[in-house]
Write a protein that binds this ligand. Structure first.
Ligand SMILES: NCC(=O)CCC(=O)O
Ligand SMILES: [Mg+2]
Length: 338
């Protein structure tokens, strides 16, 4: 066999060598365009009745449903790590779910009690509550079901009341995730009329009918009850201009912040929304995204920490002001260490 010839290197005459700016850690830090900070992260957490409970969620390893006492402790820890806000999602007793979502309007429901407890012991963290009916309906939909239809305007009337009750319980930010038309304006008017003009609205403005919500439905217990799908109110994953129209409407109606959901598969939408409106734009890295990354890491197929931090940075690079992520506490711990 003949020996392969050794290639002869000639020095290329290049005026630009982009690798120069990558040659060392300090050089990379010097030219870095995007940074990630604990202040960019919002932690969604699940609450459940009882005491001393931290129930594991099988499809979301490392995520728990907390009874109010445990949630309060967990939120105190989140505040100490510098997280600016948490978002509460209740797992309501199945016996309290009905067609009319009555428990959503009970000022002593799980979420309202959790708000009061958290506000009393961790006053300096932002408290975001979810406005939608899915945790409270027997059919698992975000709105009222009449025949086969999720009825818009009657649902908005309930959501408006739900928002006021949450504000009364101490919520700092109302986050409607239901995708009914006109709910932002109706909620803004009701909050103002009740003296809550300083309560913010973070609108789930472009929320897609996505397969990536599966583990969340395990967490709040709607996977088994949900009848049909949510395609008559959540957006078609094929659409992008429509997201801009949805965001425009919510901003006109009084949204202070807007959200795109899911996150990673929709970074193009985040970028378009951020560029078009220059309004605080958030992304929700949803349960299915968390589950994928965590499962791959647990199998040793991904470096979990690096993949997590890279995914969070990607939201910032796409133009997001911040990210709702189940990784918030883990990521904040890493950021503190660095
Ligand atoms: N309204 C909140 C959600 O639907 C969250 C979905 C997820 O994390 O999969
Ligand atoms: Mg809308």
């Amino acid at each position: 066999m003949t020996q392969p010839e050794k290639p002869v290197a000639t020095r290329l005459s290049l005026s630009q060598r982009p690798r120069r700016n990558r040659k060392s850690d300090w050089a990379r830090r010097l030219v870095r365009e995007t940074t990630l900070d604990a202040s960019d992260l919002i932690w969604p957490l699940f609450v459940i009745e009882g005491e001393g409970r931290r129930d594991a969620i099988a499809s979301m390893p490392g995520v728990f449903r907390y009874s109010i006492d445990q949630a309060t402790q967990a939120v105190a820890q989140a505040a100490a790590l510098g997280l600016p806000a948490v978002a509460l999602f209740p797992n309501i007793d199945p016996g309290l779910r009905d067609e009319a979502a009555r428990a959503a309007l009970d000022p002593d429901n799980l979420v309202c009690r959790a708000c009061r407890a958290i506000k009393a012991s961790v006053p300096d963290i932002g408290l975001i509550t979810d406005v939608a009916l899915d945790p409270y309906t027997s059919h698992g939909h975000d709105g009222l079901l009449v025949g086969e239809e999720i009825v818009n305007d009657a649902t908005v009337a309930v959501l408006t009341r739900q928002a006021v009750i949450q504000a009364q319980a101490g919520a700092d930010v109302i986050a409607p995730s239901d995708m009914m038309d006109g709910r932002i304006g109706a909620i803004r008017a009701a909050l103002d009329a009740e003296g809550f003009e300083n309560v913010q609205i973070m609108s789930y403005a472009a929320k897609y009918a996505s397969a990536f919500y599966g583990p969340f439905r395990d967490a709040i217990g709607t996977n088994k009850t949900l009848k049909g799908d949510k395609r008559t109110y959540q957006m078609d994953p094929a659409n992008t201009d429509e997201a801009l129209r949805e965001v425009a409407l919510d901003l006109e109606q009084g949204a202070d912040m807007v959200m795109v959901k899911p996150g990673m598969p929709y970074l193009d939408i985040v970028r378009r929304v951020a560029d078009a409106f220059h309004a605080p734009t958030f992304a929700y890295q949803v349960s299915g995204e968390y589950a994928m990354l965590t499962a791959a890491a647990q199998n040793g197929w991904l470096d979990g920490e690096r993949a997590m931090m890279e995914s969070l940075l990607a939201f910032k690079r796409a133009g997001a002001a911040g990210v709702l992520t189940y990784f918030a506490v883990q990521a904040a711990e890493i950021l503190r260490r660095e």
